[in-house]
Design a protein around this ligand. Structure first.
Ligand SMILES: [Zn+2]
Length: 381
């Protein structure tokens, strides 16, 4: 049986038949028809039967799919992959954490052996591990990626500090795309509008007119919102996510990072945080880790890449005992960036200033015209 299948009408009919046979024994199969209906009609996909693929195998699968879906020669895609990823793959091991399709817990399963990755607490020192700790915050859409090695106190404190700030930075996107957290989909109360997104319903924006009674055209409307959060907490939060999924054998090199993530100290300077805005969005966030293979200290030991909604953030994980510098120096940073061809070949990355370590106001202005994606909107003016 082929691992490559086409998502066409016949395939979806077969899925319906399968669901009708198995739904009483395995109720979860009822989610399949919607899943395939939401994917592009006629597109090929790859079926993996509960086995892990190596980095090389994943690239080959992607090249095969590219050939099946667009006719692009396999070798051409492989050559392109080598051109773009060759240097980074030589210098780094790459780990991707997608959460697959069901909940996955990272870290030590045995509670007696667990060490919290942030405060280093254990059961013997009084730490408790009774809660399901979301590695990536639930409020930004994570339903699948969880941590064993995050104690209840850190879970609670990080959730109400650094993770809350990250969620606040994305509040408008969370409302726009209808991301449901523990408290539902957030409402945005701006200076001249309110934005709400009832579950399963259309996005609704209520715009408050200026006093002069002028009714603006759609493309004249500018929504104004003041977001309040601590910029350094944005970097702390990204590092929190990365440390949460990091394979166990590397965690020992980040003993000092936990205190900083927990806001016990402040860093005067941080390496540049880069952000890329995409035209498409995805609802389940995911994370990619790059861990340096050799001892070349001209390159950072660990780099994180976080994907959430329509953004990608790239960041060096600081305070690592395998690094002999902090990569805040532009030359050091550029050496890393120039090696990552899949980053530097895209010119749209923005540098974010995140060194300030107290809550500040961020003025956000949004024009309603020129939206790149279609989300149905009920606009009241
Ligand atoms: Zn802890």
């Amino acid at each position: 049986m082929s691992y490559y299948r086409k998502n066409d009408e016949q395939f979806r009919k077969n899925i319906d038949t399968l669901v009708s046979i198995f739904k009483s024994q395995v109720p979860q199969v009822q989610q399949l028809p919607k899943f395939f209906k939401d994917q592009t009609d006629g597109e090929y996909f790859f079926i993996g039967y509960n086995f892990d693929l190596s980095e090389d195998e994943i690239l080959k699968v992607n090249a095969s799919l590219e050939f099946l879906n667009s006719g692009r020669p396999y070798q051409q895609t492989m050559d392109e992959i080598n051109r773009v990823f060759g240097s980074v793959r030589q210098a780094y091991k790459i780990y991707a954490f997608y959460g697959a399709s069901k909940k996955h817990f990272y870290g030590e399963k045995d509670k007696v052996k667990r060490v919290c990755r942030f405060c280093h607490g254990t059961q013997a020192t009084g730490a408790k591990f009774t809660m399901d700790a979301h590695t990536i915050s639930e409020s930004i859409g994570n339903k699948l990626i969880f941590s064993y090695e995050e104690c209840d106190i850190c879970n609670d404190r990080l959730g109400s500090s650094v993770e809350q700030d990250f969620g606040e930075m994305l509040r408008i996107d969370r409302c726009y795309f209808g991301v449901k957290g523990k408290d539902g989909i957030p409402v945005v109360r701006g200076e001249n509008f309110t934005m709400e997104h009832p579950e399963g319903g259309a996005l609704s924006i209520k715009f408050f007119n200026d006093d002069d009674g002028h009714v603006p055209e759609l493309d004249e409307i500018v929504l104004k919102y003041i977001s309040r959060y601590n910029p350094q907490n944005i970097y702390r939060c990204l590092v929190k996510y990365a440390l949460g999924v990091m394979p166990q054998e590397y965690v020992c090199h980040f003993d000092k990072v936990g205190n900083w993530v927990r806001n016990q100290n402040s860093l005067a300077k941080l390496p540049t945080l880069k952000k890329l805005t995409l035209a498409k969005h995805e609802m389940q966030p995911h994370i990619i880790l790059y861990i340096r293979k050799g001892g070349n200290k001209d390159l950072p030991y660990a780099v994180g890449e976080f994907h959430v909604l329509r953004y990608i953030y790239s960041f060096i994980i600081p305070l690592c005992d395998e690094d002999d510098r902090d990569f805040c120096n532009q030359m050091d940073y550029d050496r890393f960036w120039n090696l990552f061809t899949h980053y530097n070949s895209i010119k749209d990355w923005q540098s974010m200033s995140v060194s300030i370590d107290n809550v500040i106001e961020h003025q956000i202005c949004i024009k309603l015209s020129g939206r790149s994606e279609h989300v149905p909107v009920n606009l009241t003016v």
